[in-house]
Design a protein around this ligand. Structure first.
Ligand code: 5U1
Length: 664
């Protein structure tokens, strides 16, 4: 029987039962959903091929999970089913074809498409308009009584306007911003962070003390109704809304396979901008008569399917860990991974942030890890699958020397970061510093991209940003793929950068933690480079946006002889700015704070930010009572909702453009 399909089926059952227990009962899964889905499908296919060997108690025959011992059991009046999955358009096509065959008609079918929330399914039973009992799905037949914990979720009505008796099903989830706040607090308090919003929601719902659940700020969306009469699922959603249950506004009626696929593409685009995590779409036949005709199979309705998005989390192996040197000398550990497709993109590197993070997650070279890629952010390692750790997994040691220049690498007091002390003698720092200096939002040297900077530093043509202004045509034409015309253009761009603003120049210098806003405040408040060079920490602390760490960084930067020499050489090479335009007090938008959210169509965010700031406004990244206006583009995020909640005036892009015109 060795390596027989039967043995593999037994093995898969054991593994899946373990993963189910971790997911449903412990709310602490050790592997990503993608790994579970893969093994589940492997088992399902083997059972289809060898039906005589299929175990009637196989995880494929159950919804998964079981009631936890701490909560009393609840038997569902109607089983809470799971959903079959589709992973590509062909599987959706097959699903629709199956429905048409069963219905004996090839007419297009009307579906309701709903985002599939990554949370926990719950049942809410109301009697005479009052919430009587809330339960988890459990194994589909028997769940856990979580009434006390659901009563503290603000979105769940405790009583309804009408004295009706009915059951509502839906998903308890945690919004992305709530999740981020919870993990920030956990990190601050030295507690274990949650791997993702779903785990956080599950962990919060399973609390024995509902006061803890209340503080976690869970949310709810309703998607199913049992009791009242209705002829379509759309009607059911309408009734739910009238009864004041939150229903996801992204739900939409779609027709046929093409309607399903169009909705998929649209929602995939929106996915990162939604306030909540979704892992796919649920398509449901809209007509209740057709749903009844189609019926159920063992664990799922025939009339619905979940079309899963490419998984945002995958399993892979850490092949090595290298330390990258940033502009300010900070060494960032980066895991080199066995390449793996995550969310539709190949991932071969993941940031490990710093040594504290490595220790907290206990990542070792050789480990099997869950890697996560959300939106455009750099992929990160969520956790290590300890059960898969090889015996020879290697502990990651903090380097004592910079991997690029060999200078000492020291742990910054009070910080998790390790820093190379090489500063301007470290080619990695010089390269990053030059790239930063040349960036569009700094000195804006067109054509001085990363590849050229790498060559200039490697060939020792430049050792600091000041050397840029001594470059000659003969130097540049020696570089790879650099023709005479491109070299001339680059020299012109370098020359043109000499006319700038004090704020841009200060930002371009790359003082640790001095971003554009701080550079602008410095320029506005002190107005003059000599003043900034001779200022004290106390004086700096009186400036808007500047706290003790940044004040100290600025002061220390201006004390270093090598930095002063570079500034001196830059100024001597002709860099200058208009000293009369530094005060913003008289500008039309002085004192006003703007926040931008969503995708702008006509101007880039950078342009809008520049224009607003040039008119004296402050552009902030978060909405608060102090915000004067929120500019909203397409698919805005939670900042839009927050602005509405706080009653802050909203501007669309056209209104913003008008405002910018008036300001000029
Ligand atoms: N949005 C949504 N999620 N979800 C999950 N609808 C929905 N419906 C479900 C499940 C398990 O089940 C019904 C189709 C029975």
């Amino acid at each position: 029987m060795a390596n027989s399909p039967q043995l593999r089926m037994q093995e898969l059952q054991q593994i899946l039962n373990k993963y189910n227990y971790e997911y449903y009962v412990l709310a602490d899964p050790t592997v990503p959903d993608s790994e579970y889905d893969r093994l589940f499908n492997e088992l399902k296919q083997l059972e289809q091929k060898y039906p005589d060997s299929a175990d009637p108690n196989s995880p494929t025959q159950r919804v998964g999970g079981s009631a936890a011992r701490e909560f009393s059991s609840v038997t569902h009046s109607v089983p809470m089913l799971s959903l079959d999955n589709a992973f590509n358009p062909e599987e959706i096509q097959k699903f629709v074809a199956r429905l048409q065959d069963r219905l004996g008609s090839h007419d297009d079918i009307e579906f309701v498409a709903e985002p599939k929330l990554d949370g926990l399914a719950v049942s809410l039973v109301y009697q005479n308009g009052l919430l009587q009992r809330a339960a988890t799905r459990g194994d589909g037949a028997v769940g856990e009584d979580i009434t006390a914990n659901c009563k503290v979720i603000q979105d769940i009505p405790l009583s309804l306007d009408k004295k009706v008796s009915l059951e509502v099903r839906g998903e308890v989830y945690m919004r992305k911003d709530t999740f981020a706040g919870l993990n920030r607090k956990a990190l601050h308090d030295g507690e274990k962070q949650f791997a993702n919003p779903r785990n956080a929601a599950a962990g919060s719902l399973r609390q024995l003390d509902s006061n803890i659940t209340r503080k976690r700020g869970l949310s709810f969306f309703a998607y199913s109704l049992i009791g009242p009469d209705f002829t379509t699922h759309t009607q059911a959603l309408q009734i739910l809304q009238e009864l004041s249950f939150p229903v996801c506004i992204e739900n939409k009626v779609v027709i046929g396979v093409s309607g399903c696929n169009d909705f998929y593409e649209q929602l995939l685009q929106k996915r990162d901008n939604l306030d909540f995590e979704i892992d796919g779409i649920v398509y449901k036949v809209n007509s209740i008569a057709l749903q009844q005709k189609l019926g159920f199979v063992s664990r799922a309705p025939r009339w619905a399917i979940a079309y899963k998005f490419p998984a945002a989390e995958e399993l892979t192996t850490v092949q090595d860990v290298e330390f990258q040197v940033g502009r300010t000398g900070i060494l960032t550990p980066v895991a080199r991974l066995q390449p793996v497709a995550v969310g539709g993109v190949m991932v071969s590197n993941a940031t490990l942030h710093n040594m504290d993070e490595i220790e907290r997650k206990d990542v070792r070279i050789g480990d099997v890890v869950t890697v996560r890629r959300a939106g455009d952010v750099i992929p990160e390692i969520v956790n290590v699958v300890l059960a898969k750790r090889p015996k020879d997994a290697k502990v990651i040691v903090a380097p004592k020397n910079c991997p690029v220049c060999g200078a000492e690498a020291v742990r910054v007091a009070g910080e998790a970061a390790i820093r190379c002390i090489g500063e301007i003698s470290c080619p990695a720092q010089v390269k990053e510093a030059i790239a930063h200096y040349a960036a569009r939002r700094a000195m804006d040297i067109d054509g001085l991209g990363e590849k050229i900077v790498t060559q200039l530093v490697a060939s020792e043509m430049i050792k600091s940003v000041a050397d840029l202004y001594t470059l000659q045509l003969d130097d540049l034409v020696q570089l790879e793929r650099m023709g005479k015309k491109s070299a001339q253009n680059l020299l012109e761009a370098i020359n043109a950068s000499k006319q700038t603003t004090l704020a841009k120049f200060l930002f371009a210098l790359g003082i640790p933690e001095v971003g554009e806003t701080t550079a602008r405040s410095l320029a506005q408040e002190l107005g003059d480079l000599a003043e900034i060079q001779s200022t004290t920490v106390e004086q700096l602390l009186t400036i808007r946006d500047i706290g003790p760490v940044v004040a100290n960084n600025i002061f220390m930067f201006m004390q270093q002889p090598h930095n002063l020499e570079v500034i001196e050489r830059l100024v001597s090479s002709g860099i200058s700015w208009d000293v009369t335009t530094t005060s913003t007090d008289n500008l039309p938008l002085a004192g006003k704070t703007y926040v931008l959210t969503g995708a702008l169509q006509i101007m880039s965010r950078g342009e809008v930010k520049d224009k607003l700031q040039n008119l004296g406004a402050t552009v902030s990244s978060s909405v608060s009572k102090k915000t004067d206006y929120v500019v909203v583009g397409d698919d805005p995020g939670s900042k839009f909702t927050k602005a509405q909640d706080l009653g802050i005036p909203i501007l669309n892009e056209e209104q913003l453009i008008e405002l910018l015109k008036e300001g000029n």
